[in-house]
Write a protein of this length. Sequence first.
Length: 293
Amino acid sequence: MSKVIDGKAVAAAVVEDVKAASVRLTAETGVRPGLAVVIVGNDPASHVYVSSKSRMAKECGFASIQHTLPETTSQADLEALVADLNADPAVHGILVQLPLPRGFDSDVVIQSILPEKDVDGLHVVNAGKLMTGDLEGGLVSCTPAGAMLFVRQTHGDDLSGLNAVVIGRSNLFGKPMAALLLAANATVTIAHSRTRDLAGIAARADILVAAVGRPEMVRADWVKPGATVIDVGINRIDAPERGEGRSRLVGDVAFAECAEKAAVITPVPGGVGPMTIAMLMANTVIAACRANG
Ligand code: GUN
């Protein structure tokens, strides 16, 4: 049976560090880190995420500014709001919750955020810095940064000689995760839905990271004995499908059987999930310190 990483505890430790940095910045400069979170439309899951982000920002001592816009908002109005937030010196971090409702061009909106306020790490300038190995100069996407903290706590900072396999190639997770692993000297494979022999490739991984959005797709025979398995999936299984009374959350990894083979594994919920918000807070305090350094 493997060691199960307690994501809530690791996230709480990150948040404590962020609070301390926030208090120090305010004491030294009078500046309070400011995080603006923008949500458009009524997607219930997105509203739950955004509320947690705003709540945690307040807990960290930040000025938390939430803009809730109706689905009827135009692309031009949304871009105008981002322009106002870019120009506001009290705002150090801007997050536009994704996905935006149908009809919006998300990429245009994201790329209109100033790179130094892009606490999601999605601007091409930040993605480019990460790709070129400049980990200090930009802002790194929150979920991969959180997953990487688990990897570093398990294996240290140098992953030389280790095979890492990332399943999933999104801009939000797979690509930045692969870049972080590569920057730490791992030998990295990015696998995805068009990959042949996914199971065989996964089974060669010392570090296996799953971000596919398919419930329990990674089975025990995909896991190398002694591997570190990081599960980034959050899938809600509806009650009627399972003949159970309540829906439940599962990851992309079949936890019980994979835990028998892995040395270290993250659970869902309570693994990578809490890290995303913690790293968002970390990026915000970093952006605020850089703006007032
Ligand atoms: N939607 C789901 N995850 C994220 C995230 O990390 N950032 C943004 N902006 N939207 C998301």
